[in-house]
Design a protein around this ligand. Structure first.
Ligand code: PEP
Length: 252
């Protein structure tokens, strides 16, 4: 494949200890070192980031977090700032994940977070996705509004610094099924057209899209080739080193 794939592992609230996180990362790192062409990012729980990074200096794996604060600094109990992530050596941050949106995160809050991430030279991986697919195509209007409002703080110049993760919520997690490559392709085309109307055709065509939602080694290659995406945001399957690496291998 021509493009350099980007594979982001979202560990969510797993594994349960730093020791187990290190074990998982060691396995991934050993296998990934042989894969030249892909960019591999791991987003562990924030508490484990420094411990993991320390062990993997110079490795092929980049690090990110699953969220940052919408505030720059100060009295915000329990929060981690964009600046802290950047100083800790993180390069990426997942923003607007559906599980965070379900906890009350709004497009407006995500938009503030994107701005802060960019000001710290972090690459935001911004999640977009409909909860349900209706037969009347209402979900298209939902997606159009969601991507426009979530990206309201992103200028034309900054569009190339962000990554969109298209994650249909109904396809995420255990017991769900990934979208067909054809449907991924169609939806990404629609999202690109929406970006084109806002930012211009060239900028929209150059925007990187990931797909997320029940990606496995059995469906990754087809979605990558026929879905017109640049890589994947992987949840569950990123917690199994063999599976995660097989997904990465299938994209190169
Ligand atoms: C996710 O939560 O971002 C995700 C894609 O999860 P899964 O791969 O488990 O569907």
């Amino acid at each position: 494949m021509n493009k350099k794939p980007l594979i982001v592992g979202n560990w969510k609230m797993n594994p349960s200890s730093l020791v187990d996180s290190k074990k998982l990362l060691r396995k991934i790192s050993q296998k990934v070192s042989k894969i030249k062409k892909a960019t591999v990012v791991v987003c562990p729980p924030s508490l484990f980031l420094l411990g993991l990074k320390g062990d993997y200096k110079g490795s092929k794996i980049s690090f990110g977090l699953q969220n940052i604060s919408s505030e720059k600094a100060g009295a915000y109990t329990g929060e981690v700032s964009a600046n802290m992530l950047s100083k800790a050596g993180g390069k990426f941050v997942i923003l607007g994940h559906s599980e965070r949106r379900a906890m009350g995160e709004t497009d407006d809050t995500i938009s503030k977070k994107i701005k802060l991430a960019l000001s710290e030279n972090l690459t935001p991986v911004i999640c977009i996705g409909e909860k349900v697919r209706d037969t009347q195509g209402e979900y298209l209007l939902f997606l159009k509004t969601q991507i426009s409002e979530t990206l309201s703080s992103v200028s034309k110049r900054d569009l190339s610094k962000i990554i969109i993760a298209y994650e249909p919520v109904w396809a995420i997690g255990e017991g769900s099924r990934a979208m067909t490559p054809r449907d991924v392709h169609e939806t990404v085309l629609f999202l690109r057209k929406t970006l084109s109307d806002i930012y211009g055709k060239k900028e929209a065509m150059e925007t990187k899209f990931l797909y997320g939602g029940s990606v496995d080694f059995s469906n990754a290659r087809a979605i990558m080739i026929d879905g017109d995406v640049d890589g994947f945001l992987v949840g569950r399957a990123s917690l199994d080193a063999d599976t995660f690496v097989r997904i990465i291998e299938s994209t190169v």
